[in-house]
Design a protein around this ligand. Structure first.
Ligand SMILES: Cc1ncc(COP(=O)(O)O)c(C=O)c1O
Length: 366
């Protein structure tokens, strides 16, 4: 599924160079590389403010915290996601309210309004595998009901819809840069992005124990709101700066893999849709197939790794039983049929052909 070894000598050399710089200057947190990284991210995403944080989990949690999400609030989201999408909501003290997904894996915007109550404060759409949610519809609903929108863009860094990058559709967006993501760090890492100065200032405070402390200031313990340490350290920021240099090249390769699968996988296989004016994040390549488990076993024997993800649905996990309203049949059905197949930049043409031939064979013959 992934080959995270760093084989490219140019990347290796740049990583070593940046690491050496940090050993030399010794500013291990709030170092110049962090601020350079944040400037570059804001520029790339076309957003006013970004902040590097410890992980995508921290990013989403801080995003919700910054909006004042708290006990008694309800937050609408999808049950078909990595558990953190909901854990961030519950960690704020709020109640997740699950809305079913469409065949493209993303939250069904047409079902959101029915779930809005007087307690609803926000909507958290997650761009599944980097495929953009129906953000124009979601924004319209949010505006009508005076709700915040927080994009869980963990899988959608650089994804675009109608020339607008993910992040630009919400009050605040959260990204993950863990090593598996298309824009990968070399350890845990995350980013929040917003155009709102107040939200930016609040997250800046919340990522640093809730203090207004600033490395240049003398007051260092001025806690405004209780919080923990969610900072991104300088080493991760410096490594991400290297990753960013090579990101475009990586995306080009991911696009080629996606195109190969789109063109050559059996037409009977249901793939995740890509909208006409969309550039997806390409974090994963899910296919929906009958006899999924049998096919997975067959592929395993052929040495082809595949993955079933987000099983069980968040709403069906022990921790979420009390929030489960058992009304997301589409998510349940799609989960039972979905298999993620390998998509990464190191796959060769020969390997891709091998994957496709074996999947197509198994569809016809199993
Ligand atoms: C949808 C989603 N949300 C949140 C996260 C959390 O990101 P991190 O692993 O960087 O904490 C991830 C990470 O995989 C994710 O896929």
């Amino acid at each position: 599924m992934f080959d995270l070894r760093v084989k490219d000598t140019n990347i290796r050399n740049e990583l070593k160079k940046n690491f050496k710089n940090i050993l030399d200057h010794g500013i291990f947190f709030f170092g110049p590389e962090l601020f350079k990284f944040e400037r570059k991210m804001a520029n790339f995403l076309n957003m006013k403010y970004t902040l590097g944080v410890a992980s995508g989990s921290s990013a989403l949690y801080l995003a919700l915290k910054s909006l004042g999400i708290k006990k008694g609030d309800e937050v609408i989201t999808s049950p078909y996601s990595w558990i953190i999408t909901s854990n961030a909501i519950v960690e704020c003290g709020a109640t997740p309210v699950f809305v079913d997904v469409k065949d493209d894996y993303n939250i069904d915007a047409d079902l959101i309004s029915k779930k809005i109550t007087s307690k609803t404060k926000a909507i958290v759409p997650m761009h599944w595998a980097g495929h953009m949610c129906d953000m124009y519809k979601i924004k319209k609903i949010a505006k009508k009901h005076n709700l915040f929108v927080v994009e869980d863009a963990a899988q959608a860094f650089g994804a675009k819809y109608k020339n607008k990058k993910s992040g630009n559709f919400s009050d605040v967006a959260a990204y993950s840069m863990n090593p598996m993501k298309p824009f990968n760090g070399y350890g845990e890492g995350g980013l929040v992005a917003t155009n709102n100065k107040k939200i930016y200032e609040k997250i800046k405070m919340l990522r640093y124990g809730g203090t207004t402390s600033d490395p240049e200031k003398k007051i260092t313990n001025n806690c405004i709101e209780v919080s923990l340490n969610h900072k991104m350290d300088t080493i991760n920021a410096a490594m991400l700066l290297v990753s960013f240099k090579f990101f475009k090249k990586k995306v080009t390769k991911l696009k080629a893999v996606k195109k190969y699968y789109d063109n050559y996988l059996d037409k009977k296989i249901k793939k995740q849709t890509t909208e006409k004016f969309e550039t997806p994040g390409m974090y994963a390549y899910p296919i929906q197939i009958n006899k999924r488990d049998k096919i997975k076993k067959f592929l395993e024997k052929k040495n082809i790794e595949t993955k079933i993800v987000y099983d069980p649905l968040i709403s069906e996990t022990p921790a979420y039983k009390k929030y489960n309203t058992n009304d997301t049949p589409n998510a349940k059905r799609i989960l039972s049929k979905t298999l993620n197949i390998p998509i990464h930049e190191k796959l060769t043409k020969k390997e891709l052909k091998y994957v496709v031939d074996n999947i197509n064979f198994s569809i016809k013959n199993l």
